[in-house]
Design a protein around this ligand. Structure first.
Ligand code: ARG
Length: 458
């Protein structure tokens, strides 16, 4: 059934119908479509555009359809052009002429725009919930490993000692920002497009503020052309979701490195690893790899949306039907990735001894050795040079800063004394980094508590 077949002599061929139809992917918005239609019909009734009786009957009819789809009694017709057509058709089948009044002062263009906003508004809440769950696990792990020494890296070279808790909380900050980005995006979704009609509003005396308040929107689209053709909120959401995937992907990459034999900082739980069909010894971090890999499709969705939108003239064009699969896929993917990632992180086994061992190699305390001389009065640049020479000497003698004898230190700079060994102790190096935002255990505990405060308690 097409809503528009009056002016046509021929029906669409089966292949064209399949090509044109969006029911296979927009049927997931049936709740929102019905919600929007109920509000629209109420408004029509209140404004005297249809009778109160018709409005009430339409409302009841739509609720019946909703209940029947929910219960499985009513199957969505896969041949329908889209979910809007299907539901209106079903309503008319149930109510006759009364059902046919629903679409007064409305177009599918403003209808699909409101449906999508309603749908995504809900999904944003779901993604946020999952992010809060992840933050919670990050905070617990950070608190648990607030004192665990590990090497901090730049260029993937051991750089300075930090705490594992501090490293985890770096991701906490990223996900906290992600939540605020979702909030910003949700705020701009709070604009109600119904009443924009096909593109140019309507001559009926509608009151859009009624529909907006029934649907819980904060405002209405102020320009009818923009109202039906704005998909910025999809692009913004896809960008926010892409950034979440960047974070998840970096975190996954680190977990993959950490559970390799080269690092061995963590071990993933069996439930989040897989074996190899040929190599019996293998325990592969497939879940982390998949999360890393799935970032690609979310970025692709964003690119798709940008490309679909960039060249279309105002107002609605059918190109815009392509928005849905992209935005649905990115929402689904992010939800799936968060659902897999959080328990993987929660159940990982941390191997502090190996982290410490790695931190003890690679002259990770060289900066602290230089700082020790600075604290004794040497300018930093001179202290840096002297320490560089000491590192070179250690490499030559196959020693570490801890095992190099004091006489050797003194040969390079006579300001060294016994105190140097304490100053370059790993715990000291990490725990004394008390500057705001630094890795010392007190900061980790404080920051974890602050991050936790972001998580709603309900
Ligand atoms: N299925 C369409 C979409 O997703 C609904 C809007 C159809 N409007 C139209 N003028 N053909 O965009």
């Amino acid at each position: 059934m097409q809503l528009w077949k009056g002016r046509f002599q021929k029906a669409l061929s089966k292949t064209t119908n399949d090509f044109n139809s969006s029911i296979s992917f927009d049927s997931r918005m049936y709740k929102e479509d019905i919600e929007g239609s109920i509000a629209h019909s109420k408004m029509l009734g209140e404004c005297g555009i249809i009778s109160k009786e018709d409005a009430a009957a339409i409302g009841e009819g739509l609720k019946g359809i909703l209940a029947d789809i929910d219960s499985g009694k009513l199957k969505i017709d896969p041949e329908a052009e889209d979910i809007h057509t299907f539901i209106e058709g079903e309503l008319t089948a149930r109510l006759g002429d009364t059902g046919k009044r629903l679409h007064t002062a409305r177009s599918r263009n403003d209808q699909v725009a409101v449906d999508l906003r309603l749908y995504l508004r809900r999904e944003v809440k779901e993604v946020k919930k999952l992010l809060y769950g992840l933050l919670d696990v990050i905070c617990s792990k950070a608190e648990e490993y607030a004192e665990t020494i590990m090497p901090g890296y730049t260029h993937l070279q051991r750089a300075q000692p930090i705490t594992f808790g501090h490293h985890l909380l770096a991701y906490g900050e990223m996900f906290k920002r992600d939540i605020t980005r979702l909030d910003d995006c949700a705020e701009r979704m709070e604009v109600m497009p119904l009443g924009c009609g096909a593109l140019a509003g309507t001559t009926y005396p509608i009151d859009r503020t009624i529909t907006a308040s029934l649907l819980g929107f904060k405002g209405i689209a102020e320009n009818s052309l923009d109202g039906v053709s704005d998909r910025d909120y999809c692009i913004e959401l896809a960008s926010a979701l892409s950034i979440i995937m960047v974070h998840l992907s970096r975190f996954s990459e680190e977990m993959i490195l950490w559970c390799s034999h080269e690092f061995k900082f963590i071990e993933l739980d069996d439930a989040f690893s897989t074996g190899s069909s040929i190599m019996p010894q293998k325990k592969n971090p497939d879940i982390a790899e998949l999360v890393r890999g799935k970032s690609g499709r979310v970025f692709g969705d964003l690119m798709g949306l940008l490309t679909v939108m960039k060249g279309i003239p105002l107002a609605y064009n059918k190109d815009m039907q392509e928005d849905k699969e992209a935005i649905f896929d990115s929402v689904d993917t992010v939800k799936m990735c968060l659902t897999a990632f959080t328990p993987m992180l929660d159940t990982m086994k941390v191997l502090p001894k190996n982290m410490r061992k790695a931190a003890a190699g690679g002259f990770i305390n060289a900066t602290d050795c230089a700082d020790y001389l600075v604290k004794k009065g040497l300018p930093f640049r001179d202290a840096y040079k002297a320490t560089g020479e000491i590192v070179a000497l250690c490499i030559e003698k196959d020693l570490t800063l801890e095992t190099l004898p004091l006489e050797e230190y003194k040969k390079i700079c006579d300001m060294f004394d016994e105190g140097v060994y304490e100053a370059i102790g790993l715990e000291k190096c990490a725990y004394e980094r008390r500057s705001q935002g630094g890795p010392c255990p007190d900061n980790v505990r404080k920051n974890a508590a602050a991050l936790r405060a972001v998580i709603p308690t309900e």
